[in-house]
Design a protein around this ligand. Structure first.
Ligand code: OSB
Ligand code: MG
Length: 373
């Protein structure tokens, strides 16, 4: 089979509440939606990259460029429709994992819709509901943070993740533990520390944290391996794990005891599954991170999180935690007990709201096979 057409759209969606990390504060998500068309079916993918190169070097601009100039023409030229074939073919290009993942995800959704199966069944997912956590950004005050934590706990979220940075770390963990001594709690620094400033992090061993995520910058696997030896709390890597070989190096060097898998960061489901399977063999648990995706990217994450070695509550929250109105229906909701159902309808199992998507579109490009040869 060959694809008839591919559509890229740049969308902008405001958050219900600003999201601040050590990298900065954002009030809206700008992202690329990928639609692939074949024989009356449509597959949907979302590119995880955001407007600025902060979390990753990729941006919506670089992703648009490599998709339209390289990845989509490659796919048309070789008449590829299968996601695994695409993953193999696109390996000849270096980098740009979020761009390749966005397209691969759309092909997975298309394939599952054509087979009339929910996506998780195609790649061996086992859980029908997954445990939900919430990632809470840096707030204007500790009091506001405590109120937000309390609110999310009341809604039923199983685990709280706090964003930290130097000066918003020990004091914040202390305050949250004073109010909520027994909750599942973890922190994420997005690489804000270094060997020189690690003293603040060492103090976090006192707070019974599930893990400390990405203390040092992405390419510092060696420093993470030294630091893990000094800490009782497990380190978890996010940005550092940009592909399978990085995961293997990190595990073999002892740079972490847990891995946060994000399908965009590692370049697609094929790579994510390889990391998942390797960690499972090594006895290292993983969990599914997020990039504040719209309902389309989040539905994809739900299917991925149903693989068996996903062992912690995830950064997967209900639509209304992120957006006033999501771009899919039904919206993603939290079940009693703090779980989210993996959608059971064909493909990603949710229906994109096309009118809403049209009204949010800032830019659109349609690519056709005959124009890409
Ligand atoms: O580091 O995990 C991160 C959001 C955007 C970029 C990086 C990160 C995050 C989150 C939010 O922590 C996770 C989510 O709920 O989608
Ligand atoms: Mg992170």
């Amino acid at each position: 089979m060959a694809l008839e057409r591919i559509e890229l759209r740049l969308l902008r969606l405001p958050y219900v509440h600003y999201f601040e990390t050590s990298l900065g504060r954002e009030k809206e998500r700008e992202f690329i939606l990928v639609k692939v068309f074949s024989q009356g079916e449509t597959g949907y993918g979302e590119v995880a990259a955001s407007r600025a190169p902060l979390y990753s070097y990729e941006t919506v601009g670089t992703a648009w460029h490599v998709l339209t100039e390289f990845f989509i023409p490659l796919l048309f030229r070789q008449k590829i429709e299968d996601p695994e074939e695409f993953a193999a073919a696109v390996r000849k290009y270096r980098g740009h994992p979020m761009a390749r993942a966005g397209l691969e995800l759309a092909l997975w959704d298309l394939k599952a819709r054509k087979l009339n199966q929910p996506l998780f069944k195609l790649y061996g997912g086992v859980y029908e509901k997954i445990p939900a956590g919430v990632s809470i950004g840096i707030q204007d005050s500790v009091e506001e943070l405590i109120a937000r934590v309390g609110d999310f706990l009341q809604q039923g979220y199983q685990r709280i993740k706090l964003k930290i940075k130097p000066g918003w770390d020990i004091n914040v963990c202390q305050a949250v533990r004073d109010h909520f001594p027994d909750i599942l709690l973890q922190v994420d620094a997005n690489g804000a520390y270094s060997r020189e400033t690690k003293a603040g992090l060492k103090a976090l061993d006192e707070f019974n944290l599930l893990m400390i995520e990405q203390p040092f910058p992405p390419y510092d696997l060696w420093d993470h391996s030294l630091f893990q030896k000094e800490m009782n709390t497990p380190l978890c890597l996010d940005e550092s794990i940009y592909d399978f070989s990085a995961a293997r190096s990190a595990v073999e060097m002892g740079s972490c005891r847990v891995i946060n898998i994000k399908v965009g960061r590692v370049g697609g489901i094929v790579e994510a599954r390889q990391i998942h399977d390797f960690c499972q063999e090594k006895g290292l648990p993983v969990w599914c991170g997020g990039m504040l995706e719209s309902g389309i990217g989040r539905a994809h994450n739900l299917h991925l999180a149903s693989l068996p070695n996903f062992k912690f509550p995830h950064d997967l929250s209900a639509s209304r935690r992120y957006y006033q109105v999501d771009i899919v229906e039904p919206e993603i909701t939290l079940e009693p007990g703090g779980k989210i159902k993996v959608p059971q309808d064909p493909g990603i199992g949710v229906t994109p709201r096309e009118k809403m998507i049209e009204s949010l579109t800032l830019k659109k490009e349609v690519l056709l096979p005959e124009k890409c040869s």
